[in-house]
Design a protein around this ligand. Structure first.
Ligand SMILES: Cc1cc2nc3c(=O)[nH]c(=O)nc-3n(C[C@H](O)[C@H](O)[C@H](O)COP(=O)(O)O)c2cc1C
Length: 187
């Protein structure tokens, strides 16, 4: 699959077949993650790969927003010991997000379905996940991504919006009508 095809076809899928993700596929996902750009080459990312059903069931039980039946979850964490020490520290979020997007696109490319589950900065979600995967305070779980074989497909879509594109400089006078705002939710 061409890169653009993966970008335009990726969709969040929330119901999965009971088919495991192979070790080779997991390796591909991780290699994609580790190929992401990272500010000042800090590489603050760490990945907890969870493919034991009992563990995933506990996560599903404790985290209602993560109740999808995927056979694989990868929790993407930022290790504050590797993050920048200055006020630029928050760049770890960008690095880890780039790694996540790389995994989503790699998954699409190899025929796997996926959905990104947000954790950081929601304190309750972070505390629960830190406890469930046994990570210390300085390791922040940013998000979990579920992977597997979807029971359904969604058509690719691009939400190109010329009202959100400015050329050369921003135009603070541009009018945004309330009815043009995106509807919030899993759309
Ligand atoms: C930071 C982030 C957090 C998200 N958290 C969740 C989540 O907790 N549960 C969920 O079902 N989807 C979650 N999603 C997926 C979005 O709902 C989804 O990307 C959005 O509805 C657009 O649909 P699409 O991915 O099919 O294009 C998250 C996506 C992002 C980028």
């Amino acid at each position: 699959m061409e890169t653009l095809e993966a970008i335009f076809n990726r969709r969040s899928i929330r119901d999965f077949k009971e088919v495991p993700v192979t070790d080779a596929e997991i390796e591909t996902l991780l290699k994609a993650a580790f190929s992401a750009p990272t500010a000042v080459n800090t590489q603050p990312w760490e990945f907890v790969v969870i493919n034991e059903k009992e563990r995933l069931d506990i996560i599903r039980d404790k985290m209602i927003f993560a109740r999808y039946n995927a056979p694989l979850g990868i929790v993407v964490c930022g290790n504050m010991k590797f993050a920048l020490k200055s006020k630029d520290k928050d760049l770890w979020i960008c690095d880890c997000s780039a790694a996540i997007e790389n995994m989503l696109l790699a998954a699409t490319d190899i025929g796997l379905a996926s959905v990104w589950i947000g954790i950081y900065p929601i304190e309750s979600r972070m505390a629960t996940m830190q406890h469930l995967i046994n990570c210390p305070e300085h390791v922040k779980p940013l998000s979990m991504v579920y992977f597997g074989h979807g029971t359904y497909q969604e058509p690719g879509r691009c939400r190109y919006n010329e009202k959100a594109v400015y050329w050369q400089t921003y135009d603070p006078d541009r009018k945004h009508r309330t009815k043009d705002k995106p509807v919030m939710g899993h759309y």
